[in-house]
Design a protein around this ligand. Structure first.
Ligand code: GLN
Ligand code: ZN
Length: 751
């Protein structure tokens, strides 16, 4: 290997930064561009100004090593696929990028799935035997753009192994083909990119390999070895910084240690006890400031980790975040109405940048931690709550509900009309103004707010009535109220529970232009009053058919919030489960006999390493059962899981002991069905893909149903869509549900 005089790695850096804009400027720009409101040039200009703003913010906080390439118009995995020409030929033209992300007339988008154990979704590249990789033009644009503004940046790009591991084989590929088989061809293009960086005088490049935080086979580790030997062996290249995150490197640590890369990034928040001794001689970029939560860093704890890293790896340690800051909001200073005592405990992206800089200074000054980090809390295993045996419940429910075979139902939400959204936004705005202006605490304005609230609630009731009538007209068997009172299935519950705080601007990108504001779960969770009972009972009074009560499950509420760290996660989930259990009981006493407790995030929190999974599943299932097991035999408990990946955890899904489980299936029926063999309770594999504007024909659904009935006994099968209908229009929903009910009737007649 050639030795180069290497620039030292900057003492403070971040692995990435939010990109949607502090005021969601990118969201607005994208949606306007898609609607034809602004031109492509205008969209690109907004991207440029957001990047400039990011570099300004990072420099303003004193960060030594700002990254570039962390911005994206939609998704960074898609960007990397585009960078190397790893895109299917069916997407052509100026807008091919957005066609891959979102689809266009006649062309479906690429699949989208969750980014490791986060709630961020990436676009899954398709790679085949003959995908022609080719480094695209413009690789140096952002580096030059930053330089023109006076910033010397480190380009960040997804590493070749993770890119291939996250990709799927294109449709025509032979069964044995894996995208990773194409590693060598792809490496040739990465080498070209590295050579271009070197020619441009770039000192360091960051290659992200988060896939190394999950279990990897011997063949995959061999691919890592090959990749970094080859990239590291190239004559023309900047210094290589391989960043891992979302967990420990495990066996991959030794592989990277043996390779010629100059720096390795380790996540010392998720995996503080990694043995870093093999990395001696390399720079260790120590991720000690969490990119996954909103809490201020415990300085002593972080400093202790940095000192330990120095000792193990021989001194060359730089300070960084545990992962990209993409998963946290921009700036705590924008939150003007959070409780000051809580605020004092929080840090968003900008504050975390400040922490990285401060820690780097302490490290340099030779500071030592003054207190010992608190020991990890041990988790006490709890018995799972039990309901009566399923057979007994099933008999009681059949007698009580009197449903036809192959009953039809939906996942919960119905389309949210513009009127409803506007009314809710206006109400929020008003609460805002009331909060901001001191004189607005008088009776008059309180009266105004009350009447606005009443008008809004009236609107919600009208919407419920419309949804009930529609379902009756369509002939659905188990109805829903449509969830018009919720803008978000977690935030709504957080708003009504103690122990949660809500931010006003704390947006985090979920995918593309979509963002959520995760609630902050900071204290003990309590339910001061019933939350959903009023809406469900209102709906039930309108109809003779059963109306399902809709609740979000404890695991999902916690997964989609920022959660306190002073008590163990299973304990937090247990508290939320208590609140859900109380709500179940209140619904039951109000006469609601079908209650759905959704856990779409059950799969998402699954630890990346197999060794950690049984523990998680044990407490997650335990929490779900705690939330639901208080229900009497005749009360039918439903659950809903998103993502066909649930097939992977089917035994845990079974252990939830719900009477009926609906599950995403329309795009991957086989996987769910083959895993559902030993499943003895009700199952509703989704037969309408709600993620697509396409309306399925009756025949198509009948076909899916006969496939389902070929592998499951008919007395267990439910007929329902894949997920909530919130993102569709009423016209689409009506047409699709008409087909769904017709197909269920046809299938019913045949049994
Ligand atoms: N009940 C929710 C809905 O229908 C479930 C959403 C989800 O699975 N993410 O909208
Ligand atoms: Zn769903």
């Amino acid at each position: 290997m050639t030795t180069f005089p290497r620039a030292t790695f900057p003492r403070s850096t971040v692995l990435g930064y939010p990109r949607i804009g502090p005021r969601r400027e990118l969201k607005r720009a994208l949606e306007s561009y898609w609607d034809g409101g602004i031109s492509r040039a205008e969209l690109l200009e907004i991207g440029r100004s957001l990047r400039a703003d990011t570099w300004r913010r990072l420099a303003g906080r004193g960060l030594a090593g700002p990254p570039s390439g962390t911005f994206s118009l939609y998704d960074h995995v898609l960007d990397t696929a585009v960078r190397f020409g790893a895109t299917p030929a069916r997407y052509q033209g100026e807008d091919a990028y957005f066609a891959m992300a979102r689809g266009t007339d006649g062309v479906k988008p690429l699949r989208m799935t969750k980014w490791f154990d986060t709630n961020y979704h990436y676009i899954v590249p398709e790679i085949g035997e003959s995908s022609a990789f080719r480094l695209a033009d413009g690789a140096l644009d952002e580096i030059r753009e930053a330089r023109a503004l006076g910033y010397e940046t480190r380009p960040v790009i997804l590493g070749p192994v993770t890119l291939l591991l996250l990709s799927e084989a294109s449709a025509g590929a032979p069964a044995a083909f894996r995208p990773l088989d194409r590693l060598d061809d792809l490496l040739a293009e990465y080498q070209k990119l590295l050579a271009a960086y070197a020619a441009e005088g770039v000192a360091w490049v960051q290659l992200d390999e988060p896939a190394l935080a999950a279990d990897r086979s011997a063949a995959e580790l061999a691919a890592v070895r090959r990749a970094y030997e080859r990239l590291g062996g190239a004559a023309e290249r900047p210094a290589l910084f391989v960043a891992s995150y979302f967990g420990g490197l495990g066996e991959a640590l030794g592989v990277l240690a043996d390779s010629p890369v100059e720096a390795v990034g380790v996540d010392l928040v998720r995996a503080p006890d990694q043995d870093l001794r093999p990395l001696r001689g390399k720079t260790v970029v120590a991720g000690v400031v969490s990119g996954r939560d909103v809490w201020r860093t415990d300085v002593d704890g972080a400093l202790a980790r940095l000192r330990a890293a120095e000792e193990m790896a021989g001194g060359d340690v730089a300070v960084s975040t545990s992962c990209s800051l993409l998963h946290v909001p921009y700036d705590l200073d924008m939150e003007t109405d959070l409780d000051p005592a809580l605020k004092a405990r929080l840090a968003f992206a900008d504050q975390k940048v400040g922490e990285v800089v401060a820690l780097a200074r302490l490290l340099e000054e030779g500071a030592v931690p003054t207190t010992r980090p608190a020991p990890e809390r041990t988790i006490v295993r709890l018995e799972w709550d039990r309901r009566a045996p399923y057979a007994r419940r099933a008999a009681a429910q059949a007698a009580h509900l009197r449903l036809p075979p192959l009953p039809t139902t939906t996942t919960g939400s119905f389309p949210q009309t513009g009127e409803l959204r506007k009314a809710r936004a206006a109400l929020d705005q008003q609460d805002d103004t009331a909060h901001d202006t001191a004189q607005d605490t008088d009776l008059q304005s309180t009266g105004r707010q009350d009447s606005a609230r009443l008008a809004y609630e009236r609107l919600v009731e009208q919407e419920i009535e419309r949804v009930i009538r529609l379902q009756e007209r369509l002939g659905i068997d188990v109805l829903v109220h449509g969830e018009p009172e919720r803008d978000d299935m977690v935030r709504y519950f957080a708003e009504h529970l103690e122990g949660f705080a809500l931010t006003r601007h704390g947006w985090v990108q979920s995918y593309g232009s979509r963002c959520t504001r995760p609630p902050i779960l900071y204290g003990d969770v309590k339910r001061p009053a019933p939350i959903t009972v009023r809406w469900i009972t209102y709906a039930q009074r309108l109809t003779d058919r059963p109306v399902k009560g809709m609740l979000t499950g404890p695991v999902t509420i916690v997964a989609w919030s920022f959660v306190r760290r002073d008590i163990a996660l299973p304990e937090v989930v247990r508290q939320v489960a208590d609140a859900v259990r109380e709500e179940v009981a209140d619904l039951e006493s109000a006469g609601v006999s079908v209650i759905q407790v959704d856990e779409p995030a059950l799969r998402e929190l699954l630890p990346l390493r197999a060794d950690d999974q049984p523990d998680y599943l044990d407490w997650a299932v335990g929490a779900y059962r705690h939330a639901t097991a208080g229900a009497a035999d005749p009360t039918q408990i439903h659950t809903h899981l998103c993502y066909s990946d649930a097939a992977q955890i089917m035994s845990a899904v079974d252990a939830l002991d719900a009477d009926v489980t609906s599950i995403e299936c329309a795009r991957s029926g086989g996987r769910v069905l083959s895993a559902a063999g030993g499943f003895e309770r009700g199952l509703g594999p989704g037969v309408y893909d709600i993620h697509s504007p396409r309306i399925p024909a009756t025949d198509e659904i009948t076909g899916l149903l006969s496939e389902i009935l070929a592998s499951l006994p008919h007395d267990r099968v439910w007929v329902n869509p894949d997920c909530g209908l919130k993102t569709r229009t009423y016209a689409q929903v009506e047409a699709a549900l008409t087909a769904l009910v017709a197909a269920a009737k046809t299938a019913r007649a045949a049994i």
